[in-house]
Design a protein around this ligand. Structure first.
Ligand code: FAD
Length: 197
């Protein structure tokens, strides 16, 4: 296995466990991996937008995390309640929006404004809340779209190259893009390598 700095590391077996979008360069010169490269091209990424929001007050959520429907914000995690202590920086909420195709194109101040508008439309106590600090975390390629046909695209953990296996949520497993799928794929990758002669 050749590292980016040219160092050669001998290995009996290798598991490539990087996201689909990062596999290309790693296997570029490995014969027999063409189908894997093709699969990584066909999977369509989906953006997720996360915002860590410190407000000067709680906004009246009733559960540690809540789901909002038909809103720019899909999930509200009350991190202050979840962590059990208030920071001097304010009351921390972590907001997450899946498939955030529109938010992902906006600049951070606009994202914060849209998120605050959503919170204000749902939580009356958010009306006068002031943003003390906000950290916008855009993930353009967060997950992939599990559209019809995806099941036939996702490659097996076992590859055509002896001693080389794949792992990752995007490889074939019983789940869509999830931590469970990533864990299952890792177990299958190890099993695939155990059976090589
Ligand atoms: C914002 C967000 C929210 C999510 N929420 C949920 C959720 O609520 N529930 C859920 O089940 N799943 C969720 N997911 C999906 C979940 O995080 C993924 O399915 C899971 O982390 C995939 O694990 P993985 O091991 O396949 O890949 P990753 O966790 O992406 O790990 C791949 C690793 O490879 C590293 N890497 C990349 N290129 C190289 C390289 N060239 N050399 C060395 N290392 C490299 C990366 O830095 C990374 O650490 C979420 C994902 C995001 C982005």
């Amino acid at each position: 296995m050749t590292m980016a700095d040219g160092e050669l590391i001998p290995a009996d077996a290798v598991i490539v466990a990087v996201p689909a979008w990062d596999v290309g360069g790693l296997l570029e010169h490995v014969p027999g991996t063409e189908k894997i490269a093709a699969a990584t091209q066909k999977l369509v990424p989906i953006p997720i937008m996360s915002v860590n929001l410190y407000l000067d007050r709680p906004i009246g959520t009733t559960h540690p995390w809540e789901t909002l429907l038909e809103s720019d914000v899909h999930w509200v995690f009350d991190r202050t309640v979840m962590h059990g202590k208030r920071s001097s920086a304010g009351h921390l909420y972590a907001l997450t929006t899946c498939a955030s195709y529109d938010l992902i194109e906006l600049r951070a101040p606009e994202v914060i404004e849209r998120c605050m508008a959503s919170l204000r439309s749902i939580y009356p106590l958010a009306e006068d809340a002031r943003v003390v600090h906000a950290h916008v975390v855009p993930w353009r390629k967060a997950t992939f779209s599990s559209r019809p046909g995806t099941g036939t695209i996702r490659p097996d953990q076992r590859t055509a190259v002896e001693g080389l296996a794949l792992a990752g949520d995007w490889t074939r497993n019983d789940w869509p893009t999830t931590m469970e799928g990533a864990a299952q794929s890792a177990a299958r990758a190890v099993d695939a390598l155990r059976t090589i002669s």
